[in-house]
Design a protein around this ligand. Structure first.
Ligand code: 2HG
Ligand code: ZN
Length: 468
């Protein structure tokens, strides 16, 4: 690893500000804090900063600005596009100590928390008061709310509750000038010109650093139940989605392929959910609000079986069975990480999802006949995760080069459908060379202009999303 050193002048000032225990330069810390969950670039930060307060963050930004030093804001580093990677001598600005969660506001149904608060702890704080923060995903035990907001994280119940953006009612951010902005103050109603909050949500740390957020909360669903359905084709999957949408109170509609199921069941030594194997599985979660809701769900499944769309099904009979069925879907990403997968995270409108599936399927059979391809995702949101597994004996570099060649075809197909090359993981380092498949040159130029307004010296997360 290339061990860059922080410039002398700033090193002395940072030591004075944070002390040696909160300004780390040992190689283990640089490795740990310099990377996220992606494995395609080597971490090479020059130091790691662990501020305790927003005031310290402002002081750090002031020092970085005076000395031309770059900062990479860093949360739980569970991202999948390299947005929190520090690969070029930057200082990592970790939010992990700035993590206070204030008491839940019952009347306002909201909670204010500092950026380093862990997502699951916010969910627990809300649950204690009988409320719910509904943006949920497999990494919620280690992801931090600031990172979720910076990437506008999605997850497994977007079909019902939307993305992170839909739950942020207030933000405090420190911009590239060191100024602290308070955006929307937790207000539900505020029509006073441009809403900068929404520029920071999904900005991937390029405009400044999110330091605090106020989040809206909602009621938890009543009696959620999960069904796993064996499905013979992707076309049938979309018919099942339409039936469930029309007749059930859906909380999630996810899918995974048989190879995804095979990997997860082998990894955890568990039984597959159905007696036989099918090419695809739909995981449907629905709210069972009345005595008739379960009967209605069974009727929907029976009708789908009669039409030939569903081959077999299982319905959770207890909370523990519901959780076990969810693990079949939620554990896929972590299970396949051992194959250093090349990840695609694409979307179209839901109505165009069958077309997306068809064209992606054709490209996969043409370009990857020899490789293991794992399909899964939030198909109820039109979002598909396509993971290509690296075969043994092939270097990460060679594998990535081969997959990137195919990405150009894949993203052209996405562009044709006016979809997105990054539905929920962000652009970061990994997808920036493909950004033009989803955004026009003039839009990217506007983004550069907006960055220059908030971060005139370009100190925040340089080289992420687009080149300067
Ligand atoms: C999921 O939906 C996550 O499980 C991760 O967004 C997807 O690893 C992936 O490709
Ligand atoms: Zn996902």
């Amino acid at each position: 690893m290339n061990l860059a050193k922080p410039p002398q002048a700033i090193a002395a000032a940072l030591s004075a500000l944070l002390g040696r225990e909160r300004f780390l330069t040992d190689s283990q810390s640089l490795q740990h804090y310099g990377r996220d969950w992606t494995r395609f670039a080597a971490p090479a930060p020059s130091g790691v900063l662990l501020p305790n307060t927003i005031g310290e963050i402002q002081a750090i930004v002031g020092l970085a600005r005076q000395n031309g030093v770059k900062l990479v804001p860093s949360g739980g580093r569970t991202g999948l596009s390299g947005g929190a990677m520090a690969t070029n001598g930057e200082l990592v600005l970790s939010l992990e100590r700035v993590r206070k969660i204030s008491p839940v506001n019952q009347a306002g149904r909201s909670v204010t928390c500092e950026a380093g608060a862990i997502t699951a702890q916010i969910q627990q704080a809300a649950a204690k008061e009988g409320l719910m923060y509904p943006v949920d995903f497999a990494s919620s035990g280690s992801s931090q709310i600031g990172g979720n907001i910076a990437t506008n994280a999605g997850g497994i119940q977007v079909i019902r509750y939307g993305m992170t953006r839909d739950w942020v009612t207030g933000l405090k951010v420190v911009t590239g000038t060191g100024e602290l902005l308070e955006l929307n103050q937790g207000l539900i109603k505020n029509n006073t010109g441009l809403d900068f909050r929404h520029l920071f949500i999904g900005s991937e740390g390029i405009l400044g650093v999110i330091v605090e957020a106020t989040l809206a909360l909602t009621d938890p669903p009543r009696n959620p139940r999960v069904m796993v359905l064996g499905v013979r084709s992707m076309a049938a999957l979309m018919q099942v989605l339409a039936s469930c949408q029309a007749q059930l109170s859906i909380l999630a509609f996810e899918f995974f392929s048989d190879l995804a199921l095979e990997k997860v069941t082998a990894e955890h030594s568990i039984q597959p959910p159905l007696q036989e194997r099918y090419p695809f599985y739909a995981l449907v979660e629905f709210e069972s609000t009345s005595a008739t809701a379960e009967t209605r769900a069974l009727e929907v499944v029976e009708a789908c079986i009669a039409k030939g769309w569903v081959a077999d099904a299982v319905l959770s009979q207890s909370e523990s069975q519901r959780r076990s069925l969810w693990r079949l879907r939620e554990d896929i990403s972590e299970t396949i990480a051992q194959w250093t997968p090349y990840k695609n995270d694409i979307s179209t409108t839901v109505q165009q999802a069958p077309e997306l599936l068809r064209s992606v399927d054709a490209l996969v059979s043409q370009h990857y006949p020899d490789l293991e391809v794992v399909w899964y995702g939030h198909i109820g949101d039109g979002n598909l995760h396509l993971n290509i597994l690296k075969p043994d004996g092939v270097s990460v570099g060679d594998f990535q080069d081969r997959c990137k060649g195919v990405s150009a075809h894949l993203f052209a197909a996405v562009q044709e459908l006016r979809g997105s090359i990054s539905a929920e993981h962000g652009v970061g380092l990994l997808k920036k060379e493909f950004l033009r498949f989803s955004r026009t040159e003039s839009e990217i130029e506007l983004m550069r202009g907006i960055k220059a307004q908030f971060d005139p010296d370009g100190i925040f997360n340089p080289g992420k999303v687009f080149d300067p």
